[in-house]
Design a protein around this ligand. Structure first.
Ligand code: AMP
Ligand code: MG
Length: 332
């Protein structure tokens, strides 16, 4: 029997044996950290209320912020919802699952209020990472998994980030760096209209190919319906350092001059050569959270992010940059 607490380093290679070990922890009502193609997740079986509670406790996650439920098969998702939900799953899954798209559906009785934070809907996704899929299959039950970070901090995109936040008492399956590095797109469909509750790498344009209307606010890359997506009202993805945005190379240089020794600049990779004398790093989707964490580890006080058109065109990345800076935020 595997106990819930550990004293040795708990980052494990995702061998068949170690995935079985993680499955045993989940079966015994524990939590484990798992790689996904988006960010690392902190996972528990949805039929284990104490383990779900443990996720909220360890993350310091507000109780009104519901969890995404992960499945390894479409049939497993059917059980979590009603007839209408099944139709939506059929429409979206063929095109986007497994992958970084989360559907908010009417919840069936199988989903407890611990998972939904008392809502009558449930968020469901089939991840694309083979290690996570093997784990879900091994436990034979859908698994709830928010990002494996302390709430509010940047999401973890390598196994070591999980260890930084939770120490060595959570088993982490090491799937390497996350392929996408940002959280999934979250959508809710009502009256045939797809509402994007959280932008992700599945874009409104791609969703529109399903011949449903996709709602997007004209003046913002963010479509937030706070009543429907409780998590969006909280400050997210934020490092310790202050984050400011600028639009041009000149603005960036000026912003860095104030405290050059404690300032890190994040710029589009093609501009890296232009800033000798500054602590400058490449700004890209896959490593954005890693760079925020790296800057904090270096006691950085200010992170200046150069958002030219090549960055603002990337809705999901630009959304996370804005949120890290605290610019965006209804009710934050
Ligand atoms: P995280 O697990 O940290 O990636 O956050 C999950 C996101 O999905 C949050 O923004 C939640 O508010 C959102 N979410 C989860 N369940 C629901 C739901 N039933 N209705 C609306 N949004 C949800
Ligand atoms: Mg999160």
């Amino acid at each position: 029997m595997v106990s819930g607490s550990y004293t040795c380093r708990m980052i494990l290679q995702p061998t068949h044996e170690n995935i079985q070990r993680a499955a045993e922890v989940l079966r015994n009502g524990g939590v484990v950290a798992v790689p996904t193609e988006t960010v690392y997740g902190l996972a528990a079986r949805i039929d284990q209320p104490a383990a779900i509670e443990e996720i909220f406790r360890r993350k310091g996650r507000p109780r009104d912020n519901p969890l995404i439920v992960h499945v390894a098969a479409v049939e497993q998702a059917y059980d979590l919802t009603n007839e209408h939900g099944k139709q939506l799953i059929n429409a979206f899954a063929a095109r986007f699952w497994p992958g970084p798209l989360t559907l908010v559906l009417q919840a069936s009785r199988l989903v407890t209020s611990y998972v939904t934070a008392g809502l009558d809907t449930v968020a469901v996704r089939m991840p694309r990472h083979p290690v996570f899929l093997e784990l879900i299959n091994a436990v034979g039950c859908p698994v709830a998994a928010p990002s494996a970070n302390i709430s509010g901090k940047p999401s973890p995109t390598i196994a070591e980030h999980v260890e930084t936040d939770f120490g060595n008492n959570v088993l982490v399956l090491d799937g390497g760096p996350c392929e996408i590095g940002l959280e999934s797109t979250v959508v809710h469909v009502s009256n045939g209209i797809v509402h994007v509750l959280r932008p992700g790498v599945v874009t409104a344009e791609e969703l529109a190919t399903l011949a449903l209307d996709v709602v997007e606010q004209a003046d913002s890359p963010i479509v937030v319906d706070v009543a429907r997506s409780p998590g969006m009202k909280y400050r997210h993805y934020a490092p310790q350092a202050h984050v400011v945005l600028c639009k041009t190379a000149d603005e960036l240089r000026a912003a860095c001059q104030h405290d050059i020794a404690h300032t890190v600049a994040l710029v589009p990779a093609y501009m890296l050569e232009q800033f000798s004398g500054l602590q400058v790093r490449a700004l890209q989707q896959q490593t954005f959270y890693e760079e925020l964490r790296r800057a904090d580890a270096l006691q950085t006080r200010l992170i200046v992010v150069l958002c030219d058109q090549s960055i603002t065109a990337q809705n999901a990345l630009y959304n996370r940059i804005q949120r890290a800076s605290g610019i965006e935020g209804k009710g934050q």
